[in-house]
Ligand binder design. Structure first.
Ligand SMILES: N[C@@H](CCC(=O)N[C@@H](CS)C(=O)NCC(=O)O)C(=O)O
Length: 234
């Protein structure tokens, strides 16, 4: 029986943009587990009510609900130890946690001004109203005021990615020679920006840019084949 991933989408269900959902999607691919993606929109709380969660990602694994991207990664390693590991024990878990904290304090603040306003443009009327209301309350500002122009957005993101750019000059992946959950933590945040932005927000010639393409091309080019607002596959 395959796993169902409740996956954040826009009006167009091919536009999968949830940063935390991308973390889980890449984790499932890494472990080589069979899964189906169930398109989910902000107001569809009822469909995940049994999980006890109000946010996605949530997975249903043969009747077992698990929510929250971090918990899901830990669950997958515990439930499927025979499949490639995501965190590789306590040391890998601490490493992934540090990357998650770096993303929260450095990368999300640079991605939000690029990606939040564009999200409001890909939602239907009701989801759009909900998204704008909840995000403007959280940020204390209008989404249009948070939004930055392309040059500023790209420059701020490049600056925020500096520790990752430096380490990825000598490592193929944040996990070393192969990707680990820490890679998917950063990838998810950047994938959000890449999917919804009208321009390519990552500097392709930087070490992070090359790493991003490496990950995009893994697992049958799953990431590379995912439609963005720019690909015209709408
Ligand atoms: N800590 C959670 C955060 C998940 C989260 O915030 N998901 C957002 C989408 S990116 C969501 O479902 N929001 C629903 C809402 O705002 O009502 C995780 O890592 O899974």
């Amino acid at each position: 029986m395959s796993i169902t991933l409740f996956d954040l989408v826009g009006t167009n269900s091919k536009i999968k943009f949830g940063p935390f959902c991308w973390r889980t999607r890449m984790s499932l691919l890494h472990k080589g587990l069979d899964f189906t993606s169930e398109p989910w929109r902000f107001l569809e709380k009822d469909t995940i009510a049994d999980s006890g969660h109000t946010t996605v990602p949530v997975i249903n694994d043969a009747g077992q609900w698990v929510g929250d991207s971090w918990n899901i990664a830990k669950y997958l390693d515990e439930k499927y130890p025979e499949k490639p590991t995501l965190m590789n024990g306590a040391e890998g878990e601490a490493h992934a946690l540090l990357v998650q904290e770096l993303c929260a304090s450095l990368v999300f603040p640079a991605v939000i001004p690029i990606a939040a306003y564009p999200v409001s443009k890909i939602l239907d009327e009701e989801n759009q109203a909900y998204f704008i209301k909840t995000r403007e309350a959280a940020f204390g500002k209008k989404l249009s005021e948070i939004n930055v122009d392309q040059d500023t957005g790209k420059a701020n993101l490049e600056k925020a990615l500096s520790p990752f750019n430096n380490m990825l000059k000598s490592k193929q992946f944040i996990g070393g020679d192969a990707p680990s959950y820490a890679d998917y933590v950063l990838f998810g945040v950047l994938k959000w920006a890449d999917v919804v932005s009208s321009y390519r927000p990552i500097n392709d010639s930087s070490a992070v840019g090359e790493w991003f393409v490496r990950l995009d091309n893994m697992y049958g080019s799953h990431g590379a084949n995912a439609p963005t607002v720019r690909t015209g596959q709408l």
